[in-house]
Design a protein. Structure first.
Length: 238
C-alpha cells in the first residue's frame, strides 16, 4: 500500500524534534545503547517527570521503542532509519561549537572529534579516514552511487565482518553519512555497522572514557596502518 505524505504529518513529526529536551535525548541515544528515563533526564538536565512525558511522545510517534528487562524500562532509537535522520539533521543544522571554556570541555570535544560512534558505526576523524581509505584503495566506489566493490566484499570477508549481501532488509549495504565534526563522509549502512563490530571483536577499538567516544588500541593502530594506511596517532588540528 502506498503511503500518502501530508503536510500536517510532516509538520507534526518535525515538531517532535523542535523541542530542545526531546532533541537532546534523541542525540544522546545516537550512541546505540538503550537508556533509562532517569539517565536521559540527567543527560538533558530535566526532571524525571518531564523526561517521562517527552519520552512517551517520542515512543508514541515511533521515534523510540521501549523495552523492559525485569523491573527496569529502557528506550532506544527505533531503527537505523531514525538514526540516519538524526545524523543528517545534526550535520545539516549543526553550527560551529562555541570555544570551550574549560580543559575538560576541550578534551571532551577532542575525544569525540577524534573517534566516536554514530549509532552503530564509526564517526569522527577515524570514521572519515576509514571511508577515504576504502575509496582510495578501490574497496568502495562512489562513481554513480556508493557501492562496495568485489574487492571490498573480499576485504570485509577476510576481516571477518562481511555485511549481508542485501544489507539485512531495508538498510543499504553501504551509505555515506556526513560527519558533523569533520564535514566529510563516514561509512554507515550494514557495512559500517559490521566494520564497527569487527574492530571491537578484534579489540582494535575499545569504548573511550566519554559517552560515544572510541579509543584505538596499539594493536588497532598497527592494523589500520597496515590494512588501510591510516595514521590514527596523528594529532588533530588545533
Amino acid at each position: 500500500m502506498d503511503t500518502i505524505v501530508e503536510a500536517a504529518s510532516v509538520a507534526d513529526f518535525a515538531a517532535l524534534l523542535a523541542d530542545r529536551t526531546r532533541a537532546a535525548m534523541c542525540l544522546a541515544l545516537l550512541d546505540g545503547r538503550a537508556w533509562t528515563a532517569g539517565e536521559l533526564a540527567r543527560s538533558a538536565g530535566v526532571a524525571p517527570s518531564t523526561a517521562s512525558e517527552h519520552l512517551a511522545r517520542l515512543v508514541d510517534a515511533g521515534v523510540l521503542t521501549r523495552e523492559r528487562q525485569g523491573r527496569h524500562a529502557y528506550v532506544r532509537l527505533a531503527d537505523p532509519d531514525t538514526a540516519r535522520l538524526l545524523e543528517d539533521l545534526a550535520a545539516l543544522a549543526g553550527v560551529p561549537a562555541r570555544p570551550a571554556r574549560s580543559l575538560r570541555a576541550v578534551r571532551a570535544h577532542r575525544d569525540l572529534a577524534a573517534a566516536r560512534t554514530c549509532y552503530d558505526h564509526l564517526a569522527g576523524r577515524l570514521g572519515t579516514d576509514i571511508f577515504a581509505a576504502l575509496v582510495r584503495r578501490g574497496l568502495l566506489s562512489d562513481d554513480g552511487g556508493l557501492v562496495l566493490t568485489a574487492e571490498g566484499r573480499a576485504w570485509f570477508a577476510d576481516l571477518g565482518c562481511a555485511p549481508p549481501a542485501d544489507g539485512g532488509g531495508r538498510r543499504p549495504v553501504v551509505r555515506s553519512c556526513l560527519d558533523w565534526t569533520e564535514r566529510r563522509p563516514h561509512l554507515a549502512g550494514a557495512a559500517g555497522a559490521a566494520l564497527n563490530r569487527g574492530l571491537r571483536e578484534r579489540a582494535w577499538i575499545t569504548p573511550g572514557a566519554r559517552p560515544r567516544s572510541v579509543t584505538v588500541t596499539p594493536e588497532g593502530r598497527r592494523a589500520l596502518a597496515d590494512l588501510l594506511g591510516i595514521d590514527t596517532a596523528a594529532p588533530l588540528p588545533a
